[in-house]
Design a protein. Structure first.
Length: 244
């Protein structure tokens, strides 16, 4: 069965945790190393044990502050960063190194092991801490910064259907108006026939006009009535004046 691969960041956490635990344990164990002239009932003081824990923790915290804090630009900040924290980290590393070296010498290790052994313990903790910082920066740079973009308003213009477009582009030609020849009314026909056939009978006028006799009778023009005076005017009488 194939084991899942472990990322480098996990190993960096393991290295930092292992180096820190071993460094603290070694410093505490060194506090229990009796001095050469110690009595048989000798035991370390509580302050010495607490102090032994402080040195590796101070080294770890100093490295974290030095590398992880986003320091402002400027000479004063640079001087404070390297002129203040580097000596603190250096002193903590030197004291922790002396404790681990003395512990190895007390356990009977040779001189070379007593000199190089402490470098592996504290060096592992510092190197793993640096790896955590490096991987954290790489992950942060790889993740894109979310940018809020206003939603674009899309206005979709309605496209005319092919039938509607064809109807719109089609030139509509108006049909020429038919000339309607107005047929003369029956009254006009009868009047014209009567005028052409003066004195004709009703049947002849109806046949000429192309209508029935009843229609011709209804539309026959009324002849003008000649009104003759019953009293014919006579010559004017001149009154005769008789002298008295």
């Amino acid at each position: 069965m194939r084991m899942p691969a472990v990322s480098g960041r996990v190993w960096a956490y393991i290295g930092a945790l292992l180096g820190g635990i071993v460094s603290i344990a070694a410093n505490v164990a060194h506090s229990y190393v009796p001095p050469p002239d110690a009595p048989p009932d000798w035991s370390p003081q509580g302050g010495a044990v607490v102090g032994a824990i402080f040195w590796p923790v101070a080294l770890f915290v100093a490295v974290e502050i030095l590398a992880r804090t986003p320091w402002p630009n400027g000479r004063r900040w640079t001087l404070l960063r390297f002129g203040g924290l580097v000596p603190v980290a250096g002193v903590a590393a030197f004291v922790s190194y002396k404790h681990l070296s003395g512990l190895l010498a007390f356990y009977g290790e040779d001189g070379l092991t007593a000199i190089l052994g402490p470098l592996a313990v504290d060096g592992l903790m510092v190197m793993a801490t640096g790896a955590l910082l490096a991987t954290a920066r790489r992950v942060t740079a790889a993740e894109p910064v979310p940018v809020t973009v206003p939603a674009a308003v899309t206005v979709t213009a309605s496209e005319p259907t092919p039938d509607a477009a064809a109807d719109a582009t089609k030139v509509v030609k108006a049909a020429p108006a038919k000339r309607v020849t107005r047929k003369p009314a029956s009254a006009e026909k009868v009047a014209k026939a009567a005028a052409k056939l003066p004195g004709a009978s009703l049947a002849a006028i109806a046949a000429k006009a192309g209508v029935s006799e009843s229609t011709a009778r209804r539309h026959m023009p009324v002849p003008p009535v000649a009104v003759a005076s019953a009293i014919a005017p006579g010559p004017a009488e001149t009154p005769t004046l008789t002298a008295a």
